[in-house]
Design a protein around this ligand. Sequence first.
Ligand SMILES: [Fe+2]
Length: 252
Amino acid sequence: MRASTEPRIAPLTRRHLLSLVGGVAAASALGSFVRGARAATPTPSPAAAPFELAPLPYAFDALEPVIDAETMRLHHGKHHAGYVTNLNAALDKAPELKGRPLEKLLAELSAVPESVRTAVRNHGGGHANHTLFWQCLTPGGAPLAGPLAEAINGVFGSFDAFKEAFTRAAMGVFGSGWAWLVLTQGTLAITTTPNQDTPLMAGQVPLLGVDVWEHAYYLKYQNRRAEYLANLWRVINWPFVARQWQAARVGA
Ligand SMILES: [Fe+2]
């Protein structure tokens, strides 16, 4: 079992990143998770932002009672929207970056001009992380089964042991951040990142991301992060996570 609460952020070349997680497979997996983050259609104005906020794949109240509608409305419509707005504002200052895929910007932050690097890291990460998060959830949850279930059992011992380790990692995030199930060097692992950092920065493919910023749960759970995490298992979209994993593994 690999569980780390230490963010491992290192600049990587695209070639290095792909070699870590399986070449073409990695490109497919990364692309699949941020595809929804890209603008569906180009906007005509040169000042127009290339990234757009996609609608939630379900209604604001669809995850009740695990996550309340007001939290979802604010989280998506204010917080996530803010990351998109601020990412686009940063890219307006570095137009040479426009058109570059979001996952590439984040995996190769050292190639982003220093003047906008922090903004791309924070707001680009926020956009990518939330885009994945919404898809990792589904009303009523969808069960884990098949090869990913077997792989999780193999790596972590059992699904319950995985949930325990994941929850421990998520509880260990000091302040704001994320807990992740990732594919790294062909292996499933649990990791965490602070703020809006993404495992992409460490050459890892995020498969399941759980937002532990207080804005994700405070209205309903106040400071009870453990209760939020315990309930969140009821709405995880495991078939989506499994598709992310399969896409990352193809050709590995
Ligand atoms: Fe969030």
